[in-house]
Design a protein. Structure first.
Length: 204
């Protein structure tokens, strides 16, 4: 899909390849600035509150970064900053990125023949007006049994260490073992398209 000529600019506050891919699929041109915050310093009991708090913290960090480097040009158009966060909830426990390969293996073994929920937030901040609109979405993923050798290959590749719950739905090794997704795959991948569009409109 060709990027549309937009009356506003977008900054994506994420280093996630999946989020970049989703936003590009939505037809938007954007620049990337990452937050570089210590996510472990922000704790909440409920997954919905945690992902919202993290998206807010990322937005605050990026805004102060932009102010410090004077990167925001004054122009007639609005600039929208999109930040997001995703966690996996497995048997009631919140899972963020695995700390090491052993934890990643334990996570993926748990999904084998089972299911997990994914809770993802999106926050859109209008840098011209200061308006901030956020929300969260949830999806459930059900898995067939995942063979040990597939888990070994996933762990060896190391990419599972960079995603919430070690869960990468779109990975060619994982995809054949996904039985069903209740909700949208873009929510699982880290950026709900419908929610993002709704919040962009609201922030403008």
């Amino acid at each position: 899909m060709a990027a549309r000529e937009s009356p506003f600019k977008i900054i994506l506050g994420s280093s996630s390849m999946a989020r970049r891919q989703i936003l590009a699929e939505m037809g938007y041109d954007f620049t990337i600035i990452t937050a570089d915050i210590d996510e472990k310093l922000i704790r909440k009991e409920k997954p919905e509150e945690l992902v919202m708090a993290l998206a807010e913290a990322k937005a605050d960090a990026i805004i102060s970064k932009i102010c410090n480097i004077g990167k925001l040009e004054e122009n007639a158009h609005a600039t929208l900053l999109i930040t997001a966060d995703t966690v996996v909830v497995y048997e009631g426990i919140i899972r963020e990125k695995p700390g090491n390969k052993e934890e990643a293996r334990e996570f993926i073994k748990g999904y084998s023949g089972g299911n997990a929920a994914v809770v993802g937030s999106v926050l859109v901040t209008n840098l011209k007006t200061g308006t901030r609109k956020g929300g969260w979405d949830r999806a459930e993923v059900y898995f067939y049994e995942i063979p040990n050798e597939v888990i070994d290959d996933l762990i060896e590749e190391g990419i599972t260490l960079n995603v919430a719950g070690g869960l990468m739905l779109e990975h060619p090794l994982t995809l054949p073992f996904v039985e069903a997704v209740v909700g949208t795959t873009d929510t699982v991948m880290g950026l709900s398209k419908a929610l993002t569009e709704k919040l962009i409109r609201a922030a403008l």
